[in-house]
Ligand binder design. Structure first.
Ligand code: FMN
Length: 180
């Protein structure tokens, strides 16, 4: 698959088959995601792959703020990737001060780039993903025992697609670009 096809063809997939995703397949996606650019190459993004059905169900039941959509996605996905970031790395100086006036912003920025790379790599491998932002961070941390000093940046459902969604309408280039 060429890169243009991959970028344009990737969709958020919310329904998955029962087929398992192997640990080797997950590792291949992380192997690609780790080539994402990050703040001063700080590489503060981490991934927890949740495949245990009971653990996944607990997250679906207790940690998505009651949002049925995400609950169904998580219960139906063979893997839930919990993307975390080590705090106080991206956007920080060595002495612990902020590098810019945007303060903590760069942590999420790095996580977003890594999530995009992960989802594109999954699409290229024939797998489907959807990034989920509607979750209760504290509950996810408690359920999974996320190490102290890390934040949860996104949840990403991963599996073999059971649907081929249409692309939601995109704004035109002219609506997005200003040239000065
Ligand atoms: C930061 C972020 C948070 C999102 N949160 C959710 C979510 O909680 N639940 C969901 O079903 N989709 C979620 N999405 C998926 C978007 O709805 C989807 O990317 C968008 O509609 C465009 O569709 P496409 O990904 O198929 O191009 C999220 C996407 C992003 C980037």
């Amino acid at each position: 698959m060429d890169v243009l096809e991959c970028i344009k063809g990737r969709r958020s997939v919310r329904k998955f088959t029962d087929e398992k995703v192997s640990q080797a397949d997950i590792e291949k996606l992380i192997d690609l995601s780790r080539f994402s650019p990050t703040w001063k190459n700080s590489q503060s993004v981490r991934y927890i792959a949740v495949t245990d059905e009971a653990l996944k169900a607990k997250i679906a039941d207790e940690a998505v703020m009651g949002f049925e959509g995400n609950k169904n996605i998580i219960n139906g996905a063979p893997v839930l990737i919990v993307e975390t970031t080590v705090d106080k790395r991206a956007g920080y100086e060595r002495d612990g001060s902020f590098s810019t006036s945007k303060e903590t912003h760069w942590q999420s920025f790095d996580a977003g780039i890594c999530a995009a790379t992960f989802c594109l790599a999954a699409h290229e491998a024939g797998l489907g993903t959807v990034i989920m932002g509607i979750y209760d961070e504290k509950k996810v941390i408690d359920i999974l025992g996320v190490p102290e000093g890390q934040s949860v940046s996104s949840l990403i459902a991963l599996g073999h697609p059971a649907e081929e969604p249409q692309a939601p309408k995109r704004k035109e280039v002219a609506d997005l670009l200003t040239v000065k």
